[in-house]
Design a protein around this ligand. Structure first.
Ligand code: SAM
Length: 254
């Protein structure tokens, strides 16, 4: 016996997941567009929330939530977007230092959303809106040329070869991002996974709408000057891993 999940053997569950991957690839679903109902492979929930955090989820989240139709109210000169904010430390710090900018953060992990809500409450931040689900569901709803900066920081690297296609940086997601980004909008992508660096550089290089901004050799090893370290970045430092910090710009529309 190899092992079991509930009553089903593990090998059967794995086979089922691989079949699902193969099926969506064979149908061309992920090739040219973000699917309507994309499969999210990450964790949605960790430990049970403490009572106050649960209260924030019940009472504060509905007030700052971006609707599933992509609607939000923000009185701001620009809108910046963070995809996969984790515990939200980077998003909250950016929002605090740029009160004139409106921020949208996407994160399906409930415990991360609850942590950010507690910072929003403590610091009385009024310029953050949250989409508490898979960012891909929101990206297709946002209006053209409305986002001036995008952060994708320490996005899940999915290191196993058979899982690489789960990575957030894909030609389809770049096309969707390019549509909602303003001309010359910046996109930051950081990771400590060198395979993901190669994967991302390849995807951006092949995409007609993005330019890599690095000017000098080694620029990619410099942290973004205005960014607080994220939880995963700090974890990488503790493990002695090097991180790569890439910056791209959306080309001006002709
Ligand atoms: C490795 S963690 C990094 C979190 C944070 N950015 C940091 O640096 O500490 C990646 C995060 O991205 C989130 N994520 C993964 N896929 C996502 C998606 N499609 N939309 C929004 N968030 C996503 C995960 O839930 C997870 O919290």
């Amino acid at each position: 016996m190899v092992g079991s999940v509930g009553k089903k053997p593990i090998w059967l569950n794995r086979l089922r997941l691989r079949f699902k991957d193969f099926f969506s690839w064979a149908m061309g679903k992920n090739k040219n567009s973000v699917p309507d109902n994309p499969q999210f492979y990450g964790r949605r929930k960790g430990h049970a929330l403490r009572p106050h955090r649960q209260l924030l989820m019940n009472e504060l989240l509905p007030k700052v939530q971006v609707s599933s139709e992509g609607n939000y109210v923000l009185d701001a000169s620009e809108i910046w977007l963070e995809i996969g904010f984790g515990a939200g430390e980077h998003l909250a710090a950016q929002a605090e230092s740029h009160p004139d900018i409106g921020f949208i953060g996407c994160e399906p992990y409930v415990n991360g959303v609850a942590t950010l809500l507690s910072v929003i409450e403590q610091k009385k931040l009024t310029n953050i809106r949250i989409f508490s689900d898979d960012a891909r569901l929101l990206l297709t709803k946002l209006k053209q040329a409305t986002i001036s900066k995008v952060f994708v920081l320490f996005s899940d690297p999915w290191p196993k070869k058979r899982h690489n296609r789960r990575r957030f940086i894909t030609p389809e997601n770049l096309t969707t991002l390019s549509y909602i980004m303003t001309d010359q909008a910046e996109l930051r992508f950081a990771t400590d996974d060198m395979n993901y660096v190669r994967w991302a550089l390849d995807a951006f290089y092949q995409h007609p709408d993005f330019n890599w901004q690095d000017q000098r050799p080694g620029d990619w090893s410099n942290r973004y000057a205005d960014a607080v370290p994220t939880r995963y970045e700090t974890k990488a430092v503790k493990q002695g891993k090097k991180s790569v910090y890439l910056t791209f710009r959306r080309r001006t529309r002709t």
